[in-house]
Design a binder for this molecule. Structure first.
Ligand code: AMP
Length: 616
């Protein structure tokens, strides 16, 4: 419910039924134009506007369109439920009356969450668990960072992963499977019919199997005959577990597909199942061709979870047993290809041979002629990286002391964010930039939660695994804070990236997660200006004066206002008043979701009747 755009409206009740809505309206006096808003019972993003006129109730469906706008069927589109209600408060435009008086939700009555709100979450969880075999924190991160994409995937393919889905089997085979074993009422399965794309539901009732055709109408909706319509088969099944909607019984126990290798498969303790699960992620889609998901697994672009660097190579317990800080030189193959360089030496491409797999790595090779101080710096960087494990942070695989001291890291093949964006300006959408910057905020939130300050967050230090997957790197200046400290005090100023530093860093040498937030704002500015250089012609010290006089960089061309507001808030002068990463990530997340979420089109027949219809 927290994501519902109507959640803050005082006349919004959430998922209440039609008769409950009528009770509230009666209690509030039944005056003409008295109204309330509720979630459509099928809860697929739509609402119902309940309105009183002449002592009678009128219920209007408010549909959510493909483009994210809302409209009363046949009416004008509005950008949100609030705007829609405001419009109808001035102009009836087809309703029986204008909305005159909001029927306010009592203070002690919270907005009621819909069944699908929690269901969708569970589905998402189950899907991520099964498709990527993720658990715990990795799963939560996958869900948070990719929710809009996942919802699209789930909407179209989730039934294939369900234990009750038996694929293309004959009706007789379906019966045979249902009759084998116990025969409780409500035991069910769904099978694909010969005409591909259409489905049938087979249910046990009174020790007899009944078959129902799942109707698929022209607009792509699934339903039981004369039943409520749904966008997806799994939503229909979940609904039928709660309401018979014309069937002899509600659905209860799933008749498990014997070939189902998902839910029924126990997790193998000796390691993780391969992440194929029925499809192979496509190679990186050509730039520009990376549009919204098409639905079919083969067509979709690779999500972070499809890559080998989403989880640590040591998330496999077998591999973890062999984890050592120092890697054996003979397990490391170093390519001649240089990925980049710095004052310490260069970064080379390589492969690290683990027992079960080989992984691509980036190797920071320390120049042998370097003095001890540089070596110590690299050791400090390694010590920090060793403690971090998050999908949006470049992980260290280990150190290797051989011909040189080497720091072996996960590979982020598409390189630094600023270069990537400046070289592909025309091919990367603003939504794509939002997605990447949200991922950076997730990585930074993780650092904040774990009391690390980065101190060098900048677009050059955000590396891309691919166009849709960013990781924070370069922990050369980073510090782990003591449990009771919330800042690090540098004794002397060094070669500092002044343009990325907050006033308290420059003035008092104080570094905290809040000063990282300032740098995050600059990084955002770099990203939304597609690799532009911050404070263009100014020198570091000039920037300090510019900031002290209260000035800030302008909004990059084409950057959404909401994103510029986040940037400006990151540049709040006083660190006490600056948002933390928990807040920044929240805001990046809601904006990311709001622009990439497109709920499938709603149906406008509300609360469809549930006539008993035994089909086929
Ligand atoms: P650094 O000194 O850590 O900023 O690294 C210098 C350059 O090496 C970066 O700008 C990247 O181009 C490249 N590089 C560093 N780490 C990696 C990595 N993990 N994967 C791919 N390229 C990297």
């Amino acid at each position: 419910m927290m994501n519902d755009p109507a959640a803050d409206l005082p006349f919004f009740y959430g998922s209440i039924s039609r008769s409950e809505a009528e009770d509230y309206l009666k209690l509030a006096g039944m005056s003409d134009g008295l109204f309330l808003l509720r979630q459509c019972l099928r809860s697929l993003g739509g609402y119902v506007l309940s309105l009183v006129w002449n002592l009678q109730f009128h219920h209007y469906s408010v549909e959510k369109q493909m483009n994210g706008t809302y409209c009363v069927s046949g009416g004008k589109p509005h950008c949100g439920p609030a705007e829609l209600c405001e419009y109808y408060s001035k102009d009836a435009d087809g309703l029986v009356t204008t909305l005159r008086k909001p029927c306010l939700r009592p203070a002690d009555t919270p907005v009621r969450a819909g069944v699908f709100d929690s269901l969708r979450d569970n589905m998402l969880r189950e899907y991520v668990r099964q498709t990527w075999n993720l658990e715990g924190e990795a799963m939560e991160q996958a869900i948070i960072s990719q929710a809009p994409q996942l919802e699209k995937l789930i909407a179209t393919t989730a039934h294939e992963k369900m234990p009750w889905f038996h694929g293309k089997i004959e009706r007789q085979e379906g019966e045979r499977r249902l009759y084998s074993g116990a025969q409780p009422d409500g035991k069910f399965l769904v099978r694909e019919r010969k005409e591909s794309g259409t489905f049938a539901l087979s249910i046990m009732y009174g020790k007899t199997v009944y078959h129902y055709q799942i109707l698929h109408d022209k607009s792509g909706k699934y339903s039981m005959p004369e039943g409520t319509k749904f966008d997806t088969v799994w939503q229909l099944v979940e609904y039928l577990k709660m309401k018979p909607d014309g069937l002899l019984t509600v659905l209860r126990e799933a008749c498990v597909n014997p070939n189902c290798n998902t839910a029924a498969t126990p997790v193998v303790p000796s390691g993780r199942r391969p992440r194929t699960n029925g499809y192979t992620p496509p190679p990186e889609a050509p730039l520009g061709a990376c549009k919204a998901l098409e639905g079919l697994p083969g067509d979709r672009r690779a999500l972070p979870m499809d890559t080998s660097v989403y989880e640590s190579p040591y998330s496999d317990p077998e591999a973890l047993k062999e984890k050592k800080l120092f890697l054996k030189r003979d397990q490391l193959m170093i390519d001649e290809v240089e990925l980049g360089s710095g004052n310490f030496g260069c970064v080379k491409k390589g492969v690290y041979k683990m027992r079960k797999k080989h992984i691509d790595v980036a190797i920071k090779v320390l120049k042998s002629e370097n003095e001890k101080a540089v070596k110590d710096e690299m050791m400090k960087e390694a010590e920090i990286m060793h403690q971090l494990d998050n999908p949006y942070i470049v992980r260290m695989i280990g150190l290797c002391e051989a011909e040189n001291l080497m720091l072996v890291m996960e590979m982020a093949a598409s390189g630094p964010l600023n270069k990537f964006l400046s070289s592909k300006k025309d091919q990367i959408s603003v939504e794509n930039v939002v997605e990447l910057m949200h991922q950076v905020s997730l990585g930074m939130r993780y650092l904040e939660e774990n009391n690390f300050v980065h101190r060098d967050l900048a677009a050059r230090n955000v590396l891309l695994v691919n166009q849709h997957y960013a990781k924070i790197s370069d922990f050369g200046l980073s510090k782990a804070l003591g449990a009771d400290d919330n800042y690090y005090k540098a004794r002397t100023a060094g070669k500092w990236p002044l343009k990325w530093y907050a006033p308290e860093c420059i003035n008092f040498h104080k570094f905290s997660s809040k000063s990282d937030v300032w740098s995050y704002g600059i990084t955002m500015w770099e990203a939304f200006s597609y690799g532009g250089k911050p404070y263009k012609k100014m020198k570091g010290p000039e920037v300090t004066g510019f900031i002290e006089s209260g000035k800030r960089m302008d909004c990059p061309a084409g950057c959404p206002d909401v994103m510029y507001t986040v940037m400006m808030d990151c540049w709040t002068y006083k660190h006490e008043d600056r948002p933390d990463f928990a807040k920044v990530e929240d805001r990046m997340r809601s904006y990311h979701y709001s622009i990439s979420k497109k709920t499938p089109k709603e149906d406008n027949t509300e609360d469809a009747s549930a006539n008993a219809t035994v089909a086929i």
